[in-house]
Write a protein that binds this ligand. Structure first.
Ligand SMILES: Nc1ncnc2c1ncn2[C@@H]1O[C@H](COP(=O)(O)OP(=O)(O)OP(=O)(O)O)[C@@H](O)[C@H]1O
Ligand SMILES: [Zn+2]
Length: 594
C-alpha cells in the first residue's frame, strides 16, 4: 500500500513538472521574444551599429546572433565569430548579453528536469506494468493440476501387466505407513518411472496407487513446464512441489516427462538453457524432500532411452517399471473388463477378439468396445453383437497411421515367432543353466520385434565355451529365419543379434587371448583402444563366426521340431512363461529319447 502511494507521488510530481516546464518555456519565450525577429545580413548589422540603431546583442555559440534594435524590433544575423566583435559592440555602447553559457546551462537544467520527469512517468508506468506482469507470472508459474481423492480407480480396474502392477502395489504400503519403513532405516522410493507405449495404462496405474493408498493425486504434464518465458518452467516445478508438501502424503504424476527430462545436449548452442533450468529444478526438488514425507513422484514416458541419466540416479527416479502392450491373455482380461457392464450378445467370443487385436494397447481395446457400443446403440440393437465389434474394429484400425504396430501382418508375426523360438531353443540346449523367464513376440519399447529374457547364472569369470555358446544363441534367430523361410527371406530383425555376436568375438580375439590364430596378444594395446583392427584380426573373427554359424545351423536343424513347437506356442499365446517353455522342451526331449 505504502509503495503504491510512493509511486503515485512520483507520477503526480512528474506530470506537474512537465506541465510547468511547458508553460514556463512558453512564458520565457513570450517574455524574451515577443515577436518574430527579422533577418538581416551581417553588412546591414554593421551599418545598423554605425547608425546606433542597435540596443542589445545576445552572443551565443549559435551560428546566428540575436539582437534588438532601439525600437524593440528583434533581429538575427550571421555570427562572424570574430574575436573582437564583443569589444566593438561594447565600444559602441551596445548592451552585450552573453547568453551562450547561461542559456545553455538553463537549457541543460530544463532538459534534465524534463527528461527526469519523463523518466518518472515511465518508471511509474513500467512499475505498474511489471506489477501486472509479476501477477501474471505468479499465475502462470502455478501449475494447474487435477487433484483427486478417494477416486474409484483401483488395481482391479487394470488388467494385464501383472509385473508392473505388483511392483506398484508394493508402494501402497510405503505411502500408507512411511513411518514404519523409516523405523527400519529403509530408503523410501522417491521417484518411479513408468515407461511403455501409449495407452498401456501408465496413468491408470499411478491413479490406482494414489487411490488405494488413500492419498491425493497431483497430475501434471511435462509439457506444462515447457515455457517460453525464462525461468517459468523452473518456477512451476518449485510450485508443484510446494503444493505437494502442503498436502502431505500424495502421488505426484508427471506425464510425458520427456518434455523436460530429455538428455541434455551439452555441446549444443543455447536454446536448451531453459529446459536445463527446468530439469535442474526438478532434480533439486526431488533431492530436497525426504521419502519419509510420504510423497512419491511418478513419471510416465514412452521412451526411457531418451531421458537424461541424471533423472535415473538413486534418490530420483530410481525405479523404472515397464508397462508393455498386452499379450493375448492380458487382452482377454482387458476386454472382459470393458464388456462387463455392457450388454454383450452371448455369441460374442472374447477369445476371438483378443486373437484379432494383436498389438492393441489397453486404450485401443477400450476404444474398440466403446465404438461397438455406439454402433449397437445407433441401431437400437438389444445386444452388442459380433457385427458391431467387427465394424468397430475397422473404425479403430482405419484411424491409425500405417506404421502402427497393430497393422503388422500375420507374416511378420510368424517370422518373429520363429526367430525368437530359435533363440529359445539354442539357450535351452546350449546353456541349460541359463534361466529363460519369458519369451514374447509382443514388441517392447526397446524396439525389437520380440524378445527373450535370458538370465545367465552369476559367475566371476566368463568361460570360453560360454562365450561361444552365447554367440550361437545370438545367431540362432537368424539361423531359424534362414532354415524356415529360405535364404532370400532373411530379415533385418537379426541386426541386434549380429552386433552382440560381433562384440563377443572381437573381445575374445583382441583382449582375452582366446583365438589360437591371432595369439595371446592384447590388440587394444597394439592397435589403440578406439577400435583399431587389422586385416588379420578381421579375417580371423569372420572365420570363427562362420564356423559358429554352421554349427548353430546343424544344431537347429536337428531340433527343428522343437523350434516349430515353440514358434507355434508363441503364435498362439504371444508370450510363453518359464514353465510353459519348460513343458514344451521337456515333452520334446522325452519324445526324442524314446
Ligand atoms: N491395462 C489396462 N487395463 C484396463 N484399461 C486400460 C489398460 N491400459 C489402458 N487402459 C485404458 O486406456 C485408457 C488410457 O490409459 P492411460 O491413460 O493410463 O495410458 P497411458 O499409458 O498413460 O498412455 P499415454 O502414454 O498415452 O499417456 C485408460 O483410461 C483405460 O481406459
Ligand atoms: Zn534376435
Amino acid at each position: 500500500m505504502k509503495k503504491f502511494n510512493k509511486n503515485r507521488w512520483i507520477l503526480v510530481v512528474s506530470v506537474v513538472i512537465i506541465v510547468l516546464s511547458i508553460i514556463s518555456f512558453g512564458i520565457y519565450r513570450q517574455f524574451f521574444y515577443p515577436e518574430k525577429p527579422i533577418e538581416i545580413t551581417y553588412g546591414e548589422f554593421l551599418e545598423n551599429i554605425e547608425e546606433k540603431q542597435v540596443s542589445k546583442v545576445m552572443l551565443s555559440d549559435d551560428a546566428k546572433i540575436q539582437g534588438e534594435f532601439q525600437d524593440g524590433q528583434r533581429f538575427i544575423t550571421d555570427h562572424p565569430r570574430s574575436d573582437n566583435l564583443k569589444e566593438r559592440l561594447l565600444m559602441e555602447d551596445i548592451q552585450v548579453i552573453e547568453v551562450g553559457e547561461k542559456q545553455s546551462m538553463g537549457q541543460i537544467i530544463t532538459f534534465v528536469i524534463v527528461i527526469g520527469s519523463f523518466a518518472g512517468v515511465a518508471y511509474y508506468l513500467s512499475k505498474q506494468g511489471s506489477k501486472q506482469a509479476s501477477k501474471e507470472y505468479d499465475k502462470m508459474s502455478s501449475v494447474e493440476f487435477s487433484t483427486q481423492k478417494e477416486s474409484s480407480i483401483s488395481f482391479s480396474n487394470i488388467a494385464g501387466n501383472e509385473e508392473a502392477k505388483e511392483n506398484i502395489m508394493e508402494l501402497v504400503d510405503f505411502l500408507k505407513n512411511p513411518e514404519k519403513y523409516q523405523r527400519y532405516g529403509a530408503r523410501m522410493p522417491k521417484g518411479v518411472i513408468l515407461y511403455g507405449p501409449p495407452g498401456t495404462g501408465k496413468t491408470l496405474m499411478a491413479k490406482a496407487l494414489a487411490s488405494e493408498a488413500g492419498v491425493d493425486f497431483l497430475a501434471v504434464s511435462g509439457s506444462d513446464f515447457v515455457q517460453v518465458y525464462a525461468g517459468l518452467g523452473a518456477g512451476r516445478v518449485r510450485n508443484l512441489f510446494k503444493k505437494a508438501s502442503e498436502k502431505g502424503k500424495c502421488v505426484i504424476f508427471i506425464d510425458e516427462i520427456d518434455a523436460i527430462g530429455k538428455k541434455r545436449d551439452r555441446g549444443g548452442l543455447g536454446g536448451s538453457d531453459e529446459s536445463d533450468r527446468t530439469l535442474n529444478a526438478l532434480l533439486t526438488e526431488m533431492s530436497g524432500f525426504k521419502g519419509s514425507e510420504g510423497i512419491i513422484v511418478m513419471a510416465a514416458t514412452n521412451r526411457l532411452d531418451i531421458l537424461d541419466e541424471a533423472l535415473l540416479r538413486p534418490g530420483r527416479f530410481d525405479r523404472q517399471i515397464e508397462v508393455g502392450l498386452p499379450d493375448l491373455k492380458a487382452r482377454q482380461d482387458i476386454l472382459k473388463l470393458y464388456t462387463k457392464d455392457r450388454p454383450i450378445a452371448t455369441a460374442v467370443s472374447i477369445e476371438r477378439i483378443a486373437h484379432q487385436t494383436v498389438y492393441f494397447s489397453g486404450a485401443k481395446l477400450e476404444n474398440l468396445m466403446n465404438e461397438a457400443a455406439i454402433y449397437a446403440a445407433r441401431e437400437d440393437a438389444s445386444y452388442i453383437s459380433e457385427k458391431h465389434i467387427d465394424r468397430a474394429f475397422y473404425t479403430v484400425i482405419a484411424g491409425e497411421e500405417k506404421k502402427d504396430r497393430s497393422n503388422i501382418k500375420e507374416a511378420d508375426r510368424s517370422i518373429t515367432a520363429y526367430h525368437e523360438a530359435g533363440h529359445t531353443v539354442a539357450t535351452k540346449l546350449l546353456c541349460p543353466e541359463n534361466k529363460v523367464t519369458k519369451v514374447t513376440i509382443i514388441p517392447s519399447t526397446k524396439g525389437a520385434g520380440g524378445f527373450s529374457m535370458n538370465i545367465p547364472p552369476d559367475r566371476m569369470y566368463h568361460r570360453k565355451k560360454d562365450m561361444l555358446n552365447n554367440i550361437k544363441v545370438a545367431l540362432a534367430g537368424r539361423v531359424v529365419e534362414e532354415l524356415v523361410f529360405g535364404e532370400d527371406n532373411i530379415t533385418t530383425g537379426a541386426s541386434n543379434d549380429i552386433q552382440k555376436a560381433t562384440e563377443i568375438i572381437v573381445a575374445m580375439t583382441k583382449q582375452f587371448g582366446m583365438s589360437e590364430e591371432v595369439g595371446m596378444i592384447n590388440y587394444d594395446i597394439l592397435l589403440g583402444q578406439s577400435g583399431g583392427m587389422d586385416q588379420k584380426l578381421i579375417e580371423s573373427c569372420n572365420k570363427t563366426m562362420k564356423i559358429l554359424y554352421t554349427e548353430t545351423k546343424e544344431m537347429i536343424q536337428e531340433n527343428i521340431a522343437l523350434v516349430k513347437a515353440i514358434a507355434e506356442g508363441l503364435m498362439d499365446k504371444e508370450t510363453l512363461k518359464e514353465d510353459e517353455i519348460q513343458e514344451i522342451v521337456s515333452s520334446y526331449l522325452m519324445k526324442k529319447a524314446v
